[in-house]
Structures are given as C-alpha cells and as structure tokens.
Design a protein around this ligand. Structure first.
Ligand SMILES: [Zn+2]
Length: 278
C-alpha cells in the first residue's frame, strides 16, 4: 500500500532529504514528483530519490502540463513524444515506476472530435513505447477535471485498453468535478470502480489514485479544497474520503493513493492512511 503526497507539501519547509522522515513519521510512504517544468532533476536529487526508492519509498512522477499528445499541431505531438521518452528515462534512473500525464487535446470538443483525438493519443503512445525500453515504468493517463478536457472515465479506459503500458490514474475529485458533482454516495463511487474492473480487469489492481475534495462549477473543476474544508455554499466537500477508503477495502484494492488536498497534502494522506489501517 502507498499513501503519499503530490509534490513538496506546502507545510514542509525543509530540504528534500528531510522530507522523507517527515512523511514517514506520519505513516506516509509515497511522493508524486511534480515535473511541472520538464523532466529535469539535479544529480543530487536523483541520488536522494534513488536511495529512498530502494528503501521502501514509492515514487511516481507527474508529467509536465505542456505535454500534449492530442494536439492538432504535429510538432507539439512530436515534442511531447520525445518528452515522454525523457520522462521514462528519468523514472528508470530514480526507481519511479509510474508516470502520470494528461492526454492533452486540441481537436473539436464534439463526440467525433474527441474520438479522433483519443485515437491519435493511443497511436502516439504505442509508437514511443515501442521505441524505448520501458523497464518497470508504466504510464498513467489521468482523468481530467474540466468537462472540455480529454480524460473522461470512458476515454481513460479506452486508452488503457489499447495501450499495453497504460494504466488508469483515477483522480476521484476530477471525476466528481467533470461530472458536475456525480460522486454523492459510496455506491456511486463503487460503481465507477466496478466499471474499470469489468472493462480492464488485468489493469484494475494497478490503479493509481488521486484523492481530495474539490470545488466545481458548470465547466467542471474550479479549485482543490483544503483538507476538511466545506464547499463555498457550506455543503460537505466531496468526494467523501471515508467512503472512498471503505470502497477500497471492500473491493480489495491495494491502494496507491496520492493526496492533492490544497496546502494540506499530508493531512489528507495521513487521514486516508489511518482510516485504511484502522
Ligand atoms: Zn490529479
């Protein structure tokens, strides 16, 4: 099981080497390295991560947001493919075996436009993964938080069906936001996960989760909520994390869960960890 944080938690003020014990004392054993500005890392940090990965720490990497395999611009797609290969090399070099990325987009936001884009993304992934030694690295297309962005549950499942190295990154908050507040009960959340189990059974056990509560509007995601905060209208923040952990247990999922709670990543992660082991 892995419970971890997205990036350097806002509440942690020290250097990278102090972060690991800071997380360990909270029961946490994972970090999702945010490569927002590119798959770059100093040799010192590479060494630190590599050592921790060898000693029971679980690393995943979030790809830069400029990666766009679904763009209409061939140059952008070409660059994104080579960027992804750099990411795979970086992941192998530090012992991270999951790369999380957003599929990207640019085609018309119609049923047909989205289909064309998903097909293009699948072809691009199958192309660059055949040109490189993947080692233990697996790629995780993530559910997008905005309705217009590619990455609905069905689209993520489709990519995972057609790409050998792709597994689903289920951001339950994004799913809730892009479906305008769909996850209002434990049963609904369970049915979403059951769909993944039915459609890609061999990949179900390796799901990567992002979990936190979120504010949304009619276009989908607006803002991640601080751990435990209510919605601006005073209602409970959703998806409900207690329900989430109980679904994880009922479905016998070995969790790999990253908390993206606003400025309180470690509080959300610790809360879910403690519920899980209770
Ligand atoms: Zn996410």
């Amino acid at each position: 099981m892995v419970f971890g944080v997205a990036g350097m938690p806002t509440n942690y003020k020290g250097k990278l080497n102090g972060l690991f014990p800071w997380l360990t004392e909270k029961g946490l054993n994972g970090i999702e390295i945010q490569c927002t500005y590119g798959f770059k890392m100093s040799d010192d940090n590479k060494k630190l991560y590599r050592e921790r990965a060898k000693n029971g720490f679980f690393l995943s990497i979030h790809a830069p947001y400029y990666i766009n395999l679904g763009s209409l611009n061939n140059q952008v797609v070409g660059r994104s493919k080579s960027n992804m290969k750099e990411g795979i090399e970086l992941a192998k070099s530090i012992g991270a075996n999951r790369i999380i990325f957003h599929p990207g987009g640019g085609h018309e936001n119609t049923e047909n436009g989205r289909k064309i884009a998903i097909k293009q993304i699948i072809d691009a992934i199958n192309e660059f993964t055949s040109e490189i030694d993947m080692g233990d690295v697996r790629l995780y297309p993530e559910i997008g938080g905005k309705i217009a962005s590619l990455g609905s549950l069905d689209e993520i499942i489709e990519i995972c069906k057609k790409c050998k190295y792709c597994y689903p990154c289920i951001d339950i908050a994004h799913l809730h936001a892009r479906e305008i507040g769909s996850i209002t009960s434990k049963e609904i959340l369970k049915s979403k996960l059951q769909k993944i189990k039915d459609e890609i059974p061999d990949k179900f056990k390796e799901i990567h989760f992002h979990a936190y509560t979120i504010n949304y509007g009619d276009k989908g995601e607006i803002k991640h909520l601080y751990f435990g905060d209510k919605m601006p209208d005073g209602s409970e923040g959703l998806p409900n994390l207690d329900d989430f952990i109980s679904v994880i247990k009922e479905m016998n999922i070995v969790p790999w869960i990253i908390s993206e709670a606003l400025d309180s990543q470690e509080l959300g992660a610790k809360y879910m960890h403690d519920l899980y082991v209770k």
